[in-house]
Design a protein around this ligand. Sequence first.
Ligand code: ZN
Length: 556
Amino acid sequence: MNKSLLALATLAALAASTTANAADINLINLDPAGVGLNDTTPAAPVGGNPGTTRGEQARVVYRFAMDMWGGVLESSVDINVYASFAPLTCTSSSGTLASAGANELWLLNDGVKTRIYGAPLAESLVGEDLSDPSDPGDISSRFNGDLGKPGCLDGLSWYFGVDGNTPAGQVNFLNTVMHEVGHGLGVQGFLNKSTGALLAGYSDAYTQFAYDNVLGKGFEDMTNAERATAMKTPGRTVWVGSHVTQEAALALGKRLSLHPSAPVAIAGKDYEIGFAAFGTLASPTSFTNHAMVLIDDGNGTATDGCSALGASTGPNDTIAYVNAAAVAGKIAIIDRGTCSFEYKSKIAQDNGAIAVVIVNNAAGVIDMGVAASRTTVSIPTVMVSQADGAEIKANIASSAAGVVLSNLVAGADGAGHVRLYSPSTVAAGSTFSHFDTTLNPDALMEPFDSPTVEANFDADLTPALFNDIGWNLNPGNGKFANCDTGVDAVSAGGLVLGANSQAYNDVCLEGAANRSKYQACMTSYKNDMVSSHIITSTQGSKIATCIKRQVDQYGH
Ligand SMILES: [Zn+2]
């Protein structure tokens, strides 16, 4: 965020804009002649990008990204994006890749509460252009145009293709532009990431959906200190907006959870687990229908499975549990601490346990590594969080709980709420305003570029997040030449194939020297989409009709 003018005036209560249009997103090129978006260094066309200079290729990608979000969102007000691809701070080993955010902030009242909104969403919600004509940008975005040149993050370079086929060692510029403009469109919490203080005392469109799983409170009901702690505790802060939650299972894969079938107090719950790099990988088969038993290592209330050994925690030590007979053939529950995870599991194995659940001594769960000297564990081990472990321990005492491992959404908590990025060391530009890195597959709005993200086809949870914060999504199909492609502009789970067809049509129109070249460009695109089964042959036929319509309008 370059500029954070917080308008003092509170706008009228939100009113849904009545005219439904795809949003028009315009690029305002701020680069001087010869550099960045105007760089005349020759470049060979790549990955569907017909540009022949570095600057032109960057402009094509920008345009494509604007078309993509314009196809996904609805707004009756144009969105103007300040764009610069001029050099940013950079050395061989470190540098800034990109930064972006809303260019102006507005206070809006939804009838109940006043919150901060970035300019694009504020304008869409009130249905008018709020910007000062002398400063028309709604979003500011800057990218490092020196990336790939000697002396700037050597070894990395931008990929300017628009086909998602990022080669190894390159950073997909289209993904990066869509990510950064995504911040400008609203994936941006304005609170202070270190202190938890709200900007000017107001919550915002994004922060209203953040929730702390440990305190069981929304961010708007927390103190500054509570927010600060939640934002730097991995696994604790989640997004509770209904659209993201609903679509998470479509956009994300599955992961295993601990799912007790008894006793009643915890039956049917899903507890998030971490995995071990030693022993057999935990699977539904290895846990099915065995009971959990808290171990007693003979050291009073300590149940860390090694404390009775004192200092003697060598790799070949053994310890007989006081309740070894009860543990045999069951799943041993052991607290984290004092000796290594692998050591605890070996002791449990020696006592006849068939699997181990380690209870963390902190919030969240981690995956457990191999201890230096121990390689003899064969039983599976998982970890649950401190809070979940306390709940399990409090409820298994009187009953033998049958346990299975069941499926949870990868990157979400047991309630299906997707995690927000909250590393233990606060990174002002990354903390909170991104999805967590535990999402699988990787999402566009995670803090680090991933080669598996292909935002040209799949914007995963970002459209749902936009929907949660108040944007209307385009309910119709992708269109060009005033013609319906039959392909949803955006569909549940975040596929953006219809938006892609519109964006690609603009690329072909811009890059082709004449109408037969335009026709060849779009026909090749359509054929590729059909042959790779991204769209159906019926949709391919409709796109062919639209290509014909566009050719008829071409005029020469
Ligand atoms: Zn980001």
